[in-house]
Design a protein around this ligand. Structure first.
Ligand SMILES: Nc1ncnc2c1ncn2[C@@H]1O[C@H](COP(=O)(O)OP(=O)(O)O)[C@@H](O)[C@H]1O
Ligand SMILES: [Mg+2]
Length: 345
């Protein structure tokens, strides 16, 4: 997918490098066996939100954590951010164990939360200055205006936050997360509640930050977003990683195409010769078949339909996208029994 490099906002070149490159770790995030069980209450049973997550994000990557609602994405991020206490496992942020040195682990990461929580009574400029103060960034090292510029809020620097649109609020949260210049930026569902045009802008911001050397981890349940932005994607479901691969390989893993054929004849059963090739009859009356592009030529399938004495009225083919990969993988995960056991518990 072509990524247009034009028009992206960048931080000024002279900005300080987040961490001495000599001391920069190979893995920005190193997570092993991470588990989280939220304790139950009188009314609700305990919830196993994460069941042994292994995940490595390399320095400089734009990494996507993709999964449906309730998969455990926010839980994972909140553990890294020091907002949720894990039940088991090890997590290293920029080489720093979150148990051994929680303060420095937190300092290495900037988190943009899922909820659009901003203080309505401060201007974006004040919000960033306050945040910088909280992180102990010396006044001389603050980059408030450069950051506002980078997220496209320079002209809103003195506006009240309550007057900002949803997209602007999200970008203000990105700015806030970048104030202490962390080498890792984590975004939890950055596109939630952001309209299409602003989403593009936000994606440009994220790409620009990544191009400037920031490692990015984002969660999303938008397949399009993961496919568009991320170098690698981990798919998470029911608190477990069910796939982790480069975006291209993940999509390519399913070398699957579908052919739909409408014929002039009315059919109630699929002719045996076609059934043998995997054709089935859809609810819409069309014949359809899934095939591997590498193995089967579509002309052979069409030829078989004609050889069965049928007259083709219309044809349609469909390529698999990430959604198919996701559906296949999550459906498979459910049939292993792990998923259903989790639900039953
Ligand atoms: N504070 C909490 N207490 C109890 N259960 C929670 C809490 N936060 C999340 N959960 C549960 O943990 C699971 C994972 O939630 P979450 O991490 O928010 O998933 P996601 O961000 O992928 O939608 C869900 O079943 C959710 O209901
Ligand atoms: Mg979430």
């Amino acid at each position: 997918m072509p990524v247009k490099p034009a028009n992206v906002t960048r931080f000024p070149q002279e900005r300080p490098t987040p961490v001495d490159p000599g001391g920069a770790p190979e893995l920005a995030l190193d997570i092993q066996g991470l588990c989280k069980t939220y304790p139950g209450t009188k009314r609700t049973p305990a919830k196993r939100a994460l069941q042994g997550i292994d995940l490595q994000v390399r320095r400089g990557e734009l990494f996507g954590l993709l999964g449906p609602n309730g998969a455990g994405k926010s839980t994972l991020i909140n553990i890294l951010a020091g907002l949720v206490v894990k039940s088991a496992g090890v997590a290293r942020v920029w080489g720093i164990d979150i148990d051994r040195d929680p303060r420095n682990a937190r300092a290495a990461i900037g988190v943009v939360p899922q909820e659009l929580s901003i203080d309505a009574y401060f201007t974006p400029r004040e919000t960033l200055e306050l945040q910088a103060g909280m992180y102990g960034v010396p006044t001389a090292e603050r980059r408030t205006d450069a950051i506002l510029e980078a997220v496209g809020l320079a002209d809103k620097a003195h506006a009240y936050a309550r007057s900002l649109s949803g997209g602007m609020r999200r970008r203000l949260l990105v700015a806030k997360a970048m104030v202490h210049n962390p080498p890792i930026l984590v975004l939890d569902e950055p596109s939630a509640g952001v309209d299409v045009e602003l989403r593009r802008k936000l994606w440009d911001n994220i790409r620009a930050l990544n191009a400037g050397g920031v490692t990015v981890l984002l969660t999303t349940h938008y397949l399009e977003e993961a496919q568009e932005l991320c170098d690698r994607i981990a798919i998470i479901d029911h608190g477990a990683v069910i796939a982790c691969d480069t975006t291209r390989d993940l999509v390519g893993r399913l070398d699957r195409k579908e052919l739909y054929v409408a014929v002039e004849e009315r059919m109630t059963v699929v002719p045996a010769a076609l059934a043998a090739l995997g054709f089935a009859l859809g609810a819409d009356g069309r014949l359809h078949v899934a095939y591997a592009k590498a193995e089967t030529k579509v002309s052979r399938l069409i030829g078989a339909v004609q050889a069965a004495g049928l007259h083709i009225a219309d044809l349609e083919t469909r390529e698999s996208d990430l959604e198919d990969v996701f559906l296949t993988l999550t459906t498979h995960a459910d049939t292993t029994g792990d998923g259903s056991a989790e639900h039953a518990a």
